[in-house]
Write a protein that binds this ligand. Structure first.
Ligand code: HEM
Length: 153
């Protein structure tokens, strides 16, 4: 049971954090290869459209498996190491930021791209980028804390 929970947990972490890394660190700077801004925005709309359902699935997997481990193997909040509390706290911040991104700038960006309102789409993309610029480092920190925590708590 724990093996399955931990496996789903790590898959969720890899998909979400690794996906943000690829998009932010590799894809975004490479967008310059597409000369016209409308082409870049259309591509990013398609990329986010594919990526965000995976983020929701990752969130469900991470939280379900995380709390399952916490309340079964670890015996509840009182017995869990500090790394689990930090992981959980940062994870909640990440989810709230993602929910804000999803129902805020992402919804606006989609509408702007579909309506060929490129100036608005550009502004929405900056807002999306800013949120990912916070969530990506948070995700990397959570992964390090989650994986190394048992050695220092
Ligand atoms: C952004 C969300 C999260 C990420 C990226 C993340 C990442 C990780 C990673 C990389 C590990 C180490 C797996 C291993 O190699 O053994 C881990 C372990 C763990 N996580 Fe998370 N986690 C997240 C959210 C949560 C949440 C919400 C909980 C709920 C309490 C949680 C509970 C745990 C527990 C109990 C362990 C096992 C710790 C241990 O064996 O000492 N995680 N997590």
């Amino acid at each position: 049971m724990t093996t399955i929970a931990l496996s789903l947990h790590i898959l969720g972490a890899v998909i979400w954090v690794g996906g943000m890394y690829t998009i932010y660190v590799c894809l975004r700077p490479a967008l310059g290869a597409l000369g016209r801004p409308p082409d870049r925005m259309t591509l990013m709309r398609a990329v986010f459209q594919k990526f965000f359902p995976w983020v929701w699935l990752s969130i469900v997997l991470l939280f379900a498996s995380g709390y399952l481990m916490l309340f079964t193997v670890m015996g509840g909040f009182a017995f869990a190491g500090a790394h689990v509390h930090i992981m959980q706290g940062l994870a909640w911040i990440m989810v709230l930021l993602f929910a804000w991104l999803y129902w805020g700038p992402w919804a606006d960006f989609r509408e702007a791209v579909d309506g060929h309102n490129w100036e608005q789409a550009g502004q929405d993309m900056v807002r999306i980028r800013r949120i990912i610029a916070i969530n990506l480092p948070l995700g990397l920190i959570v992964v390090v804390i989650g994986a190394s925590g048992r050695w220092w708590t």
